[in-house]
Ligand binder design. Structure first.
Ligand code: FES
Ligand SMILES: [Fe+2]
Length: 377
């Protein structure tokens, strides 16, 4: 593991502020969000939830990806994804998930689609009382497919048919943590937050530890800011690390760790832009998703996992409860402060934020990534 420690020594020479690359008004501007949706969200792998959120037998689940209506189905023992849009005249097909169903019907003129995406019937299309299907084999008679893939328990969608495979997109992270075996993960809990804030502020808050000693006094005890470092694994993947990271221990009995070649005493957190927030700890992991609802509102869903059959057994119930309580406290504190950030930035008082080139290097990198991807619009 490579790391860069913060030069926290009090004798460190002063550094000058750096004006933030992104103007403050780009955190509440609907046009900016439209550009980000088109250039970043509609071209990247978007984390949409754990595998059990989607059908495991025949059925379908409607979701929103990059602001677009998408349908996830399960057919032929695999997940498939399509635009949730009728091939006839474009009506949104459904807003409701259904299980043990092999087909769905458009609410407008009742065209029926199988969960494989193919049109099955188009009643009255050739005149009242008819029930034939327009010529088969024609793409027009099928739902428009989109890419879907999974890594560990996490389901991702990509609206860009030219996008690199998910495994390649996440490789910088999987390579860095290849010494640990996460295959035994078990989903233990989820949490949801509704932010009155722009999605980028949630990512920026996730990527800096400058605020940890001031906002997260408890976190700072078991995961101190003095042992934190910043890493960039790709243009769209930034992260922070923390060493040491002390997992929950009761009567000197710690939670069992993930199977690994080494005894791990550190944690690392990554944002694979735009919406995947991933955290590896020695004894658990988390995967969080973001979903903007306009420039001023974002839903965040948090999923927590522990090593199955070791950390998930009843004897460690209290360890898990404390671990999850720690994260709830940290996230409650972040939820409050990020909303204050959004409110303050939206006032127009600042044209641009000011960054520490040492403590907020990740924010600089993240904002430059946003600028690089959205420039020219
Ligand atoms: S728009 Fe769906 S059947 Fe007409
Ligand atoms: Fe925080």
């Amino acid at each position: 593991m490579s790391q860069q420690n913060f030069p926290l020594d009090r004798g460190a020479p002063p550094v000058d502020v750096i004006p933030a690359p992104l103007p403050a008004d780009q955190y509440s501007d609907p046009l900016q969000l439209q550009v980000e949706m088109k250039k970043i969200w509609a071209t990247g792998w978007i984390f949409v939830g754990p595998r059990h959120h989607f059908p495991t037998t025949a059925g379908y689940t409607p979701i929103t990806v990059a602001g677009q209506p998408i349908l996830i189905t399960y057919h032929d023992e695999q997940l498939k994804a399509f635009y949730n849009v009728c091939a006839h005249r474009g009506c949104q097909l459904t807003e409701t998930a259904a299980y043990d169903r092999n087909s769905l019907s458009c609410p407008y003129h009742a065209w029926v689609y199988g969960i494989d995406g193919n049109l099955r019937s188009a009643r009255d299309f050739s005149g009242s009382g008819s029930n034939n299907v327009p010529p088969s084999g024609d793409k027009v008679t099928a739902l428009t497919p989109v890419s879907i893939d999974t890594w560990l328990d996490f389901v991702f969608i990509n609206l860009d048919s030219q996008a690199m495979p998910l495994a390649e997109a996440l490789e910088p992270i999987t390579k860095r943590w290849k010494h640990v075996d996460f295959s035994s993960l078990e989903h233990v809990a989820s949490l949801e937050y509704d932010f009155s804030a722009n999605w980028k502020l949630i990512v920026e808050n996730f990527l800096e530890s400058y605020h940890v000693p001031f906002l997260h006094k408890d976190l700072n005890k078991y995961s101190p800011a003095t042992g934190r470092y910043q890493v960039q694994l790709a243009n769209n993947i930034n992260g922070i690390g923390t060493q040491p990271y002390e997992g929950v221990s009761i009567d000197n009995k710690p939670l069992p760790q993930w199977p690994s070649e080494e005894n791990i005493n550190y944690a690392e957190y990554f944002n694979a832009s735009p919406n995947f927030l991933l955290g590896f700890m020695p004894d658990h992991l988390f995967a969080w998703s973001l979903e903007p609802d306009g420039p001023n509102r974002t839903k965040e869903v948090l999923h927590f996992y522990f090593p199955a059959n070791s950390a998930t057994v009843p004897q460690f119930e209290e360890h898990r409860r404390i671990t999850l309580e720690r994260w709830k406290n940290v996230n409650d504190e972040d939820h409050d402060i990020v909303q204050k950030m959004h409110h303050g930035l939206a006032s127009g008082a600042l044209k641009k934020a000011q960054l520490s080139p040492v403590m907020e290097r990740n924010i600089l990198r993240f904002q430059n990534h946003i600028l690089d991807e959205t420039q020219g619009e």
